[in-house]
Ligand binder design. Structure first.
Ligand code: CA
Length: 499
């Protein structure tokens, strides 16, 4: 079917050529007729038998020459001639048609075989090409498949690794979640406590506000009274100034009288001793006098202080820093408890050879007799030693709550004094004389000149090495080792000014 148009075209071409050739053939007379047929790229040449010339029937036409010759004359026979001629032509046409059919069959046969061959050839070529292509494709596919398998294996490895990591991650996530839960519980608990504390704090704040208001009222009242009293005081001061000279001379005379009486008592005792054959015993008021008497070894000596009935054993530092020092306090190993009350601090406690507090009353008596200096020596747990010295040091009476008076600070234990230069009352756990709403002696421990609560406390709790840090109730000296460092050793000693 596909070849039908081509064949038709070929047939038409053939007919055209043939007609031309026939014409040529007729023109050429009796030459042999060759027919060339062009079909695509192929050309076919056919040598065909010369068509038989149709014999003219003599009886019909007579001689051709005669026809031509007799034509005008024989006009009556022209219709017969034409009929014969038509039959002749019909026959020729029939012959040609037969010939054409033969030719067509021959062409068809030839074409069919060539077509089959061509088709076979094309099919073979195509098959080979296809096979080659298929082989290449197969090779490529195999290579790609191999690559894909490799990639798949890698992906599988990667996937398993990722799965392991995911497992690990989920485990750690679980752990973290548990921790988070625990922390959340803890947080809730703390929040609960916090809110309770906040409530308490608010209650305290309210209470403090109320207290503050009442205190303000009191302050106002006191100011008013102070105003009234200052006038009276000014008058009194004026009178006192007039009496001052007399009073101080009276005090001196009183002290001299007491000294005299004591010496007299002592002389009487010596007289009794002499009567009983014993050697007389010298009497000293402090370690400076002992040093002046010729002693030069530090140690425990006995002194007789003015206004004190009993002699006291004291430790005398007669070697360091010019000597003549009477110790009033020593800490060195924590063997003596300094958690004592007012009475104990008043009378003194401990052993003068070791750790001790000489006693506020004795120090008051000693420092009221003459002008005294104070020396404070400190040692930390790193082996550093330092000191603080005060040119003037005096303790008030018990009625004055053994008030501290200081002046003339110098030394290496900080640029500033850790003892209150403006003075302070003495406080113990049972006698709160500080300048704080709180009770410093109970918070900081021991007995000291607390302010509110101040920068020092050499009578705090003794903490051994390793426990001495971050202790607010330890042995403190702010400008040496800070507010919460508990020191290793301390000494406090007094000496008459210029003595
Ligand atoms: Ca207080």
């Amino acid at each position: 079917m596909l070849f039908q148009p081509a064949m038709l075209f070929g047939g038409l071409l053939l007919l055209a050529t043939m007609t031309a050739a026939q014409w040529r053939g007729q023109e050429a007379g009796r030459r042999r007729q060759t027919h060339r047929v062009q079909h695509g790229q192929c050309s076919y040449t056919f040598v065909l038998p010369e068509p038989e010339p149709c014999p003219l029937e003599p009886e019909a036409f007579g001689a051709p020459n005669s026809l031509q010759r007799d034509l005008p004359a024989a006009g009556l026979h022209l219709g017969d001639w034409q009929a014969r001629r038509v039959r002749q032509l019909e026959k020729m046409l029939e012959n040609n048609t037969q010939w054409l059919q033969k030719l067509e069959r021959s062409i068809q046969t030839s074409l069919r075989s060539e077509l089959a061959q061509a088709q076979q050839h094309v099919v073979q070529n195509q098959t080979a090409t296809m096979l080659e292509l298929g082989t290449n494709l197969l090779n490529q596919t195999t290579a790609k498949t191999r690559k894909l398998s490799d990639v798949e294996a890698q992906v599988l490895n990667q996937t398993s690794r990722m799965e392991i990591q995911m497992l690990e991650t989920s485990l750690s996530t679980n752990k973290l979640e548990k921790q988070l839960l625990l922390q959340g519980h803890e947080l809730n608990r703390l929040q609960g406590r916090n809110s309770a504390l906040e409530t308490r704090l608010q209650a305290l704040e309210t209470q403090q506000r109320v207290e503050l208001a009442s205190l303000r009222d009191q302050r106002e009242r006191l100011r008013h009274q102070l105003g009234l009293q200052s006038g009276a005081l000014a008058g009194l001061e004026r009178s006192l100034r007039a009496l001052g000279g007399n009073a101080s001379s009276l005090q001196r005379a009183q002290r001299q009288l007491v000294d005299f009486v004591q010496r007299l008592v002592h002389v009487a005792a010596q007289g009794q001793g002499r009567a009983s054959g014993r050697a007389p015993e010298p009497v000293f008021q402090d370690c400076a006098e002992i040093q002046r008497s010729g002693a030069n070894a530090s140690g425990v000596y006995t002194i007789h202080m003015a206004n004190m009935s009993e002699p006291r054993k004291v430790f005398c530092e007669l070697e360091a820093n010019g000597g003549g020092w009477t110790l009033i306090q020593r800490r060195e190993k924590g063997s003596v408890s300094f958690q004592q009350g007012w009475k104990e601090y008043k009378e003194g406690f401990g052993d003068p050879a070791g750790e001790h507090w000489l006693g506020n009353e004795a120090v008051h008596q000693l420092t009221s007799r003459a002008a005294y200096s104070l020396r404070v020596e400190l040692q930390d747990w790193e082996g550093q030693e330092t000191y603080a010295q005060y040119e003037r040091f005096q303790l008030g009476s018990e009625g004055q709550m053994y008030r501290l008076s200081l002046s003339g600070y110098s030394g290496s234990a900080g640029d500033q004094s850790s003892l209150p230069m403006k003075g302070a009352n003495f406080s113990t756990r049972d006698a709160d004389n500080d300048e704080c709403f709180c009770k410093c002696a109970q918070m900081m421990s021991g007995g000291w000149w607390f302010v509110a609560c101040g920068l020092s406390n050499l009578n705090g709790i003794y903490y051994p090495s390793g426990y001495h840090l971050r202790k607010l109730n330890g042995i403190r000296w702010h400008y040496f080792r800070g507010p919460s460092y508990s020191l290793r050793a301390t000494r406090m000693m007094v000496r008459p000014v210029g003595g």
